[in-house]
Design a protein around this ligand. Structure first.
Ligand SMILES: [Zn+2]
Length: 307
């Protein structure tokens, strides 16, 4: 069994930061957003967090050899077709139930098996006890539970919906693409609806027997040591010190996170500060729209609504 800590949540909720912090714990290897590795790295040869192109990175080269006898043996378009067929947010009710047809189940198992083989190789190459996959997508977490070789544990990362909405309106470039490419942007109402969908799905995952631990972005930044120790326990790691954290700063080392937020390229001291810019920068009207659309879950997660 390969132990995988899957970071779930809507994008811009702090999953990349959490992955980087977890990656500093002994016995943990952060892989990045594996969901995007197939297309962006195997097919697109984008940059690994170590700075090298995916095809030039020794770590990923070794993983590809061990898992598949080389990345050229991976049928990327088959993986993407499977993803399209099974890993959609709207298929989650089906993935959560026992009412799946035999044909549907075969597709989900085949899809999950690609991840299983990659994880097993990454565990062997890195020697790590726990891998972190920060793919975020709730539907992928539901698919991975069908892989018998994966000891899946999910961290459900939640951030105030208004902070998430503001972040989705900002321009962020994608340095790994070496071009003028930017990350996707969403309107506040669209991100509010996505926030509801992803968080609802992750909140119900434990009903399928998958261990799920919820972490609030705001708590992670207020009490990083305590949160990380707690998560290390959840991941089955021995109690450990967190010497890379001191005085509100994290000292981050290099890693081979394959795809995801540009924050994965940062090495060195990173200040751990809550990004609360939305409180002044998100226009009042948009803030009210997001608050209204996400009110039930906001309150369930302990956030204050609009007064
Ligand atoms: Zn690398």
């Amino acid at each position: 069994m390969v132990r995988v800590l899957f970071l779930g949540g809507l994008g811009r909720s702090g999953t990349t930061l959490l992955e980087r912090l977890l990656g500093e714990l002994p016995g943990v290897c952060p892989l990045g957003e594996v969901v995007h590795l197939w297309e962006r790295d195997i097919a697109g040869d984008e940059r690994c967090a170590c700075g090298k192109r995916f095809s030039d990175c020794d770590f990923w080269h070794a993983v590809g050899e061990k898992a598949f006898g080389g990345w050229h043996h991976v049928d990327v378009w088959r993986v993407l077709a499977l993803r399209h067929a099974v890993e959609r947010t709207r298929y989650i009710p089906r993935l959560a139930s026992v009412r799946m047809t035999a044909a549907q189940r075969l597709l989900v198992e085949e899809y999950a098996d690609w991840y299983s083989r990659l994880y097993e190789a990454a565990a062997a190459v890195s020697g790590a006890d726990v891998l972190v996959d920060s793919s975020k997508h709730a539907a992928l977490a539901y698919c991975l539970r069908f892989a018998p070789d994966i000891d899946l544990r999910v961290v459900h990362m939640v951030r105030d919906s208004r902070g998430v909405a503001y972040s989705w309106t900002k321009k962020v470039s994608r340095p790994e693409a070496d071009g003028a490419a930017e990350m996707t942007r969403y309107s506040p109402s669209r991100s509010a609806l996505l926030w509801n969908a992803h968080n609802t799905a992750l909140s119900m995952l434990h009903r399928c027997g998958v261990p799920v631990k919820r972490v609030r972005y705001e708590e992670l930044l207020e009490e990083p040591e305590e949160t990380l120790r707690d998560l290390a326990g959840f991941a089955g790691l021995p109690a450990t010190d967190v010497p890379f954290l001191s005085d509100g700063t994290a000292e981050l080392g290099p890693c081979h996170s394959a795809a995801g937020n540009p924050m994965r390229f940062k090495v060195g001291p990173v200040p751990l500060r809550r990004d609360d810019a939305w409180r002044t920068a998100l226009p009042v009207r948009q803030r009210r729209v997001v608050s209204a659309l996400t009110a039930p879950l906001l309150s369930a997660y302990g956030y204050r609504g609009e007064r």
